[in-house]
Write a protein of this length. Structure first.
Length: 332
């Protein structure tokens, strides 16, 4: 069982190419309005300064990767004090589609940055990206083994594909964008375990909680108790009852309920199954009991949730001119 892949998929994490920046001399660009999701910057050559209000400026060198949380205003530039024009999000989206490079500065480019954007379903109760700190920085070559080399190699491949597009480049880029996020999380976990405390990822670092997490994700419909889960994870009930809340702030039962509600929400949005069938799929023998749990979690009944999801999808299709929904782009 791979809980991280599951949570990324169920929480609707999607990656997209943003700006490709080529800059030299005096330059800066301000990203002060990106509420849709997290922004990742990978410096492939040269150096840049990242400025976030209220924080010490951070110098990024070639090979450094940084993930900035949703809605966090920040500036990239040649020095911490250089002010930049606000990023034109519409123009950036066009450049992302065409692969056009954004050239900045008063001199020939010496710094190159690839920017990626990651959005998610904000209604999902179980989150990875949304639960990260506002700033996740992984320096070039951080850590040891594959956690260090994997991110470096993936960013290098992404840069090569952008510089020299070939057959099926779109498919390759889509996959690499997903891989960059996963490799960043791996490298950050390996290099900064203390910083991961309080995030969903902390569960994967604790051997007791990690083992229990795998069991819950492998069979979420099972009538788990703390005792049966402890037995499956090969630990004592007392150990699990103590460690699970200490790591994530929830009991195993509370986490399981939250995860079940996320799984149910996906099925309500994407299919036409009766509520009774969905209730049984996520471990409820009683549809009324499931409805009460879902309403507490999502603030509306399953039927109303499904109706609103369909109305939102139809409105999106009308706005974009699509006759059928575009396929989701989610990490596997």
């Amino acid at each position: 069982m791979d809980p991280l892949s599951e949570v990324l998929s169920v929480s609707g994490v999607r990656g997209a190419l943003g700006n490709r920046i080529a800059a030299g001399g005096t330059w800066a660009t301000a990203l002060d309005d990106h509420p849709g999701g997290a922004v990742l910057h990978a410096v492939t050559a040269g150096s840049a300064w990242l400025t976030v209000p209220g924080r010490q400026a951070l110098e990024l060198g070639a090979g450094d990767v940084v993930l900035v949380g949703s809605g966090v205003p920040h500036t990239l530039g040649d020095t911490p004090g250089t002010s930049g024009a606000r990023c034109d999000r519409a123009a950036a989206a066009r450049r992302g589609r065409t692969g056009e490079v954004l050239t900045l500065g008063s001199a020939p480019p010496t710094t190159h940055v690839i920017t990626l954007a990651y959005t998610c379903d904000r209604t999902a109760l179980t989150q990875v990206v949304q639960g990260l700190p506002d700033l996740v920085h992984v320096a070039a070559g951080t850590g040891t083994g594959t956690a260090a080399t994997g991110l470096d190699d993936t960013v290098r491949m992404l840069g090569n594909e952008l510089r020299d597009p070939q057959i099926a480049s779109t498919a390759v880029l889509n996959s690499l964008i997903d891989v960059v996020l996963v490799q960043l999380l791996r490298a950050w976990l390996a290099s900064s375990p203390a910083a991961c405390r309080g995030t969903w990822l902390a569960m994967t670092q604790d051997p007791v909680v990690g083992a229990a997490l795998e069991q819950l994700h492998a069979d979420p419909s099972r009538a788990w108790t703390t005792a049966s889960l402890a037995t499956a994870a090969s630990v004592s009930r007392a150990t699990l009852a103590r460690r699970f809340p200490a790591v994530i702030g929830q009991t195993p039962a509370a986490y399981l309920t939250t995860w079940r509600m996320d799984l149910a929400a996906v099925r309500l949005r994407r299919g036409r199954e009766p509520v009774e069938a969905i209730a049984a799929h996520v471990g409820y023998t009683s549809a009324p009991a499931f409805t009460r749990a879902f309403t507490r979690a999502h603030g509306q009944t399953p039927g109303r949730y499904r109706t609103q999801a369909r109305e939102a999808a139809q409105a999106s299709e009308t706005t974009t001119g699509l006759t059928t929904p575009a396929p989701d782009h989610q990490p596997a």
